[in-house]
Ligand binder design. Structure first.
Ligand code: NAI
Ligand code: MHF
Length: 296
């Protein structure tokens, strides 16, 4: 690595800063595809396991254990509103610690309009003190560069501050992973805003991996993410061609062009592989080597 830096002629491109150490997200069902995709994913990559309503705790635990076994860092999602009891949370954490040796987790409220148990929001899970009890040292929280359809901007900002303050007070590390988006401009201005507000934790920007446009629009609708025709055009796709495939190249290139570490801080990519894990892993591998080659 040091040798490569020394013989490189051009400056190091910002695209490399973004893609190196990228993270990935899988669902418990993706686990069967992970072994195959693993050959394309750098060892030590952080891989989140979502907390979806149609999967049980055991499937999520096995997925996290497989992530660890294959040489990656499992980042289980914990959806506060979907937890039915403290007992359920402790059982989940205990099994994750035993079977996946977790030291990292992402805590989010989750989509239910009302809590199914004792945890109203991510902060309630963080405050419980249970995460560190089971070995977690690093907590990821959400970020919304384009806002949230049901939570106002002031509330979102206050929630972010409260969660980060609490994580720090508990002696843990924090990072922020964003909801996916299609447009670089709001991402850059949100980064600028949070940095100016004194939030300096590392940020992982959520971007969809390559998939067909219909799938992209379906996930955007389901997750409350805006995908107007003009935004999709900037992303490099026509929404009338729902069967065509789109990748994050234009978005990542635009992000890299606008990023200034002095202003935007530590930023990397988080890939949501809506088109399948292997496709996303191959895209990241190809993009990374193309960026590295361009500078030699
Ligand atoms: N970014 C991601 O990867 C994921 C995001 N989500 C989204 O996360 C949202 C909120 O989670 P966090 O950002 O962790 O918020 P949070 O737990 O920090 O809560 C912030 C504030 O918003 C309220 N709130 C939380 N969820 C709400 C909801 N569904 N509807 C109305 N008010 C809500 C809370 O009571 C709290 O006052 C969920 O509603 C969901 O849309 C869900 C799963 C994954
Ligand atoms: N509001 C919100 N809720 C979420 O649950 C959520 C976000 N945002 N933002 C990004 C991530 C990505 N999420 C997801 C959700 C579902 C699948 C998934 O594969 N679901 C199906 C397939 C459904 C389909 O293809 O339409 C499954 O089988 O479970 C993947 C990632 C969860 N996350």
């Amino acid at each position: 690595m040091m040798l490569m830096q020394a013989i490189r002629k051009g400056p190091r491109p910002r695209t490399l800063d973004l893609i190196e150490d990228y993270s990935l997200e899988i669902t418990a069902k993706d686990v069967d595809n992970l072994a195959q995709a693993a050959l394309k994913i750098p060892a030590g990559t952080r891989i989140s396991v979502t907390f979806l309503p149609n999967e049980d705790l055991q499937a999520r635990i096995e997925a996290a254990a497989t992530v660890r076994r294959l040489g990656f860092v499992p980042v289980p999602h914990i959806s506060a509103r979907r937890l039915r009891s403290q007992h359920e949370l402790e059982g989940f954490l205990e099994a994750l610690a035993r079977e996946a040796r977790i030291d990292d987790a992402f805590v989010v409220a989750g989509d239910p309009p009302r809590p199914e148990g004792p945890y109203e929001d991510a902060l309630a899970v963080i405050r419980s003190g249970l995460l560190e009890k089971y070995g977690i040292r690093h907590i990821g929280i959400s970020g919304y560069p384009e806002g949230h359809p049901d939570i106002g901007p002031d509330k979102l900002m206050q929630a972010m501050r409260d969660k980060l303050a609490r994580i720090e007070a508990q002696g843990l590390e924090a990072s922020i992973t964003t909801q996916f988006g299609f447009d670089a401009a709001p991402i850059l201005s949100w980064l600028e805003r949070i940095r100016a507000a004194g939030i300096h934790e590392p940020v992982r920007i959520g971007v969809p991996g390559p998939c067909n446009v219909g799938t992209l629009l379906r996930f955007a609708a389901r997750c409350g993410v805006g995908a107007s025709a003009s935004v999709m055009a900037k992303y490099g796709v026509s929404i009338t061609r729902v069967l065509s495939t789109a990748g994050p190249d234009p978005l990542v290139t635009a992000l890299a062009a606008g990023l200034d570490p002095a202003v935007h801080g530590s930023v990397s990519l988080h890939l949501y592989p809506f088109g399948g894990l292997l496709k996303s892993a191959e895209w990241a591998e190809g993009f990374m080597s193309a960026q590295a080659a361009a500078t030699r």
